[in-house]
Design a protein around this ligand. Structure first.
Ligand code: SF4
Length: 289
């Protein structure tokens, strides 16, 4: 199957079998995101999805995890998603876990009964762009949710046994607000624990709508040192047993990853060393052309 667009799944899902079921993102309005701006959202034909599953079955494929692409596959109607889940059950009788990306709005659009039905048919984890722990930042970035909506959606997922992985971006709150953002996020995560966190520290594209916010003074750009301090504060405050954390940067070679709480001390020590090193260097601003 030819993959259209960009592969978008967190590093924790590197071993998952990617099964595209949509192209692009139905929302496509977050001001920092250029991932799917060049694509018009559409659903892939069921015949195409079935043919791919047949191909995998014919070569003896038995993935442990099937990842439904693309930007927010959970946007699919309940009927269509169930049809796809039943195809997976038919062609992959080893009962893989099914995971995919979702927005908060996509979750809220489903009933509790529908969520329970998805669990019954293999859905075990959704990845959600939580991004920030600050309401005004979510609004400025044009996310399609508020913090109370995220709490409601995740509370409902947890009730039926579906876990979530969070995408966040240190630096998203702008210069001078990293610690505040870390504290907001830690508070949210400690109350609504994710099983995975992907922190792709913000990189600001001049072609992204967010650049206008910077040019017009609605936010400043935090440098990578501030972003590392934000990440340190976040890790320090999070109490998330069993959560896989992975934090990386686009413009500097620095990454901390590991499972909480076992690796917390090591990750904090690496951050302390990184902060000490970068305190001596010229600031790097995560801006790309
Ligand atoms: S929901 Fe995700 S993929 Fe869609 S525009 Fe926002 S960040 Fe990008």
């Amino acid at each position: 199957m030819e993959y259209e667009g960009r592969i978008c799944k967190g590093p924790q899902e590197r071993a998952a079998f990617m099964l595209p079921v949509t192209v692009g993102c139905s929302y496509n309005a977050c001001r920092f995101c250029l991932l799917f701006k060049h694509l018009t959202y559409r659903e892939l034909p069921l015949e195409q999805i079935e043919a791919e599953l047949q191909r995998v079955a014919s070569v003896g494929g038995a993935p442990k995890v099937v990842y439904l692409g693309d930007g927010n596959a959970f946007h699919l109607s309940t009927e269509r998603l169930l049809t796809i889940l039943q195809m997976i059950e038919k062609y992959l009788p080893n009962k893989p876990e099914v995971r995919m990306d979702s927005t908060i709005t996509d979750i809220l659009a489903k009933t509790d009964e529908e969520l329970a039905l998805f669990y019954e048919h293999g859905v075990r984890r959704l990845y959600i762009g939580i991004e920030s722990g600050l309401e005004d930042v979510l609004q400025l970035m044009c996310k399609d949710h508020t913090i109370p909506q995220a709490e409601e959606a995740i509370g409902r997922l947890h009730k039926v046994g579906i876990a979530y992985g969070a995408h966040i971006m240190t630096g998203i709150a702008g210069r001078g607000r990293g610690i505040e953002n870390a504290e907001g996020l830690a508070d949210f995560f400690n109350r609504y624990p994710p099983v995975a966190i992907v922190n792709f520290s913000v990189f600001i594209h001049r072609r992204a709508p967010m650049w206008k916010d910077i040019e017009e003074g609605r936010m400043g750009v935090a440098d990578e040192l501030e972003n590392m301090r934000e990440e340190r504060r976040l890790l320090e405050l999070m109490d998330l047993p069993g959560c896989d954390y992975d934090g990386m940067h686009d413009l500097i070679e620095f990454r901390v990853r590991g499972r909480l709480p076992d690796k917390k001390v090591q990750m904090l020590a690496k951050l302390d060393a990184g902060i000490a090193e970068w305190s001596e260097k010229e600031p790097v601003y995560p801006i790309v052309q």
